[in-house]
Structures are given as C-alpha cells and as structure tokens.
Design a protein around this ligand. Structure first.
Ligand code: CMX
Length: 137
C-alpha cells in the first residue's frame, strides 16, 4: 500500500474557540487555517506539527457525522488520515481486499485535498481517511 505518512488526526470538539486555546496557549501550536466544509456539516481548524496536522472538527449540525459522534461518544479522536500520492490505486487495493469503503471514489475535502473515508467496522473501530494533495504534483 502506497501510504507515506499520517496526514492529519481529526479531533471532534464541541467548540473550536474553546479547544484552540489548549493547542495554541498550552501546546504552542499555531492555527493556520479555519475552514467550513458545508457538505460534511463541520467547521475545521488546522495546526501543523512536523509533516502532520491536527484537524479540530466542530459540528455545524447535530445530524452531521461529527454532531452524531459527539452525542454518542463525546469529544475525542474522530479519525486518522493517511497520505498517499495515488488515492485511486489505494482505494482499488482496499476494495480488492474486502475493506468497506464509505467513499468508493475520491471527493474534495478540507484544504482542497482529494479524500475518501473507510468504514470503522473494517478498521478495528477507527474511522480512517485516505488523502492526496494533487496540488503538490
Ligand atoms: N469513529 C469510530 N466509530 C464511529 C465513528 C468514528 N468517527 N463514527 C461513527 N462510528 C460508529 C458508531 O459508534 C456506531 O457504532 P455501533 O454500531 O457499534 O454503535 C457506528 O459507527 C454507526 O454510527 P452512527 O452514529 O449510526 O453513524 P452513521 O452510521 O450514520 O455514520 C459513518 C457513521 C462513520 C459512516 C459516518 O460518520 C461517515 O460517513 N463518516 C465519514 C465522513 C465524516 O466523518 N466527515 C466528518 C469529517 C470531515 C472532514 O474531516 O473534513
């Protein structure tokens, strides 16, 4: 599988304004982007540490994926995202291996990345995202 590194870790929070104080004032990371992803019913805030990002996820709709997650499980790690340079090939291999894909083909996510999610029932309970930054080529 052509995965290069952990692109980001998504963390569900009730309030980005509240949670970012910990990441900025305590951990000393810098929030470099805030973006709403309407289709996913979330507002996101990004921090970088090495080549990996932390993505804070605040729900904009209780019926959205992050709203439902917080309601059931509370705040915490929501997903892990792996980077690749060939998302179509990775998705093809996952499907051939019988892994349950939420997105069978890539779609646009935050920061303009091409993304696809894998169902947590196929990944020992961890919602997993594959992403490719096609602008980097
Ligand atoms: N991690 C692990 N398990 C999760 C989960 C998560 N993030 N979200 C839901 N689940 C589990 C639930 O606990 C539940 O498990 P049980 O059946 O054992 O109770 C099961 O999945 C079904 O949960 P649900 O609340 O009924 O939710 P849905 O089935 O409607 O949807 C999922 C679950 C993962 C398919 C959906 O959240 C999804 O498609 N997620 C991908 C998109 C996404 O998360 N977008 C937000 C981030 C966007 C971004 O990063 O920009």
């Amino acid at each position: 599988m052509e995965l290069s590194h952990i692109e980001h870790i998504g963390i569900a929070v009730k309030s980005i304004d509240e949670a970012r104080k910990y990441y900025e004032d305590v951990l000393g990371l810098k929030c470099y982007a805030i973006e709403e992803v309407k289709e996913q019913k979330v507002k996101t805030a990004f921090f970088k540490i090495g080549q990996t990002k932390i993505e804070l996820l605040e729900s904009t709709d209780p019926e959205g994926p992050v709203g439902k997650f917080i309601e059931k499980k509370g705040e915490g790690i929501h997903h892990i995202a792996f980077a690749t340079k060939n998302i179509e090939s990775v998705l093809g291999k996952l499907e051939a291996d019988g892994v349950s894909l939420i997105d069978k083909s890539p779609r646009k996510g935050a920061e303009g990345l091409d993304i696809a999610f894998i169902h947590p029932k196929s990944t020992f309970g961890v919602l997993t995202e594959i992403c490719e930054d096609k602008n980097k080529k």
